[in-house]
Ligand binder design. Sequence first.
Ligand code: KIV
Ligand code: ZN
Length: 526
Amino acid sequence: MTQSETSSSNLRSIRIFDTTLRDGEQSPGASMNLSEKLEVAQALASLGVDVMEAGFPIASPGDFEAVREIASTIRGPIICGLARCNDGDIDRAWEALQKAERSRIHVFLATSAIHREFKLRMTQEEIIARAVKGVERALSYCDDVEFSAEDAARTEIDFLCRVVEAAIDAGATTINVPDTVGYTTPEEMYARIAELINRVPNIDRAVLSCHCHDDLGLAVANSLAAVRAGAGQIECTINGIGERAGNCSLEEVVMAMRTRNDVYQTTTRIKTERLVPISRLLSKITGLDVQRNKAIVGRNAFAHEAGIHQDGMLKDRSTYEIMRPEDVGFAKTDLVLGKHSGRAALADRARDLGYHLNGEQLQIVFEQFKVLADKKKNIFDGDIIALIQQQISGATNTAWTLVSYRVQSGSSKTPCVELTLKHGDDTFTERVEQGDGPIDAAFWAVEKITGIKTVCKDFRVQSASLGRDAIGEVTVEVDHEGESYRGTGASTDSVESTILAMLNAINRIITEKSLRSAGKVTPQDA
Ligand code: KIV
Ligand code: ZN
């Protein structure tokens, strides 16, 4: 498919290249372990991305393993691995990718004068020769090869045209134009893409792509400008996570094209009703919260507070709503399930929210759901998502589980927690009377039973849905032997959420330690 190809309805089909697991994972604080990456990869496949950049295989053994597992198990999208233009990187990328149903090697080389002079110390001719060699080597393994001219947005246009022509001549099937430092503007991006289309004689043999960073808050606008100029692929990430200020946000760029079809006349394969669930899944896994007023997926994105707005909405939704909340995955109605709902209804709702639970997972979530329904009158989608995520992440790596706890505290009283945990077939109980409050006491009790010493670096509570009886999600970040670990827990009771979050973090510590001693993971992957 080239950038000029159109679908039968005359809408141009735009490829969505997701790089959440590669550029996104480079965000400070966004690193994911193997099972988390697989969970996100599965959700991206269900979302309908065309290409999934699974990692940078040469970067670390953990990155290599993640790309290999994703390539072996995820079906649907093209699985892509990143490589610099050198033999070692490209060979390693192919080693990781070879089991994929469809694979792509993505080679990159910086082209701007700043990068040539200060980083690479290479001449223009040397850059062209290295780019050609890289594309050719990648092509010897795989017929889908993408070439990125790193810092293309700041590269002299005459030189950029020469590099692009040479890369296409060497066999590159996609040419990516990154705004690596988020410096360009929509007008400049439009002109750059238009000039490449007009001046590069073999441009019709490749798909032109854009890859925009958000340093000036322009990544989505710049990507849309590239599309208007004729680009056929957008590189983006869920929630816009990525290096520094992040990358172009997938949900925003997709919904902008869809909502303003009159302007862009494009289509994508994204199942937009999966946007909110995948956004929540990613923030749950990475601990990177989405701001409430974030476009498309923020909790307030469809909330109407002002009386005049509410009045207008009641008369006709189109007065103040340009998209339907259900089209991006927010529930049509707030109240969906209650204590009389059965397993099938829960499975159905989970599917609507983007989760395909297997029999065992459904059983666990259903039992928890019934317990919750007894405590809480209204079960909202947020509650269900919290339960599912809690159970899925708990079920995969749980070593310590909560049996019961009792807490006593008061304004002038030392808090007291009696905690019982299960480990394998054994149960352990401790009573702890210390700490600044019940949550601190719970920390001490968990540490005393598990014997794992941690220092709490971050502690956050947020409500998963509406009402005083909403599920509270706790996220903790703890330090253990110089490494940082995250844990999450959800319950209507904040002390219980804290204990569950602590256990989740402790179970990760145990899992990472055993993987490491088996030589499967390096410290930076944890
Ligand atoms: O921002 C950038 O230039 C990149 C390339 C590797 C595509 O991420
Ligand atoms: Zn980038």
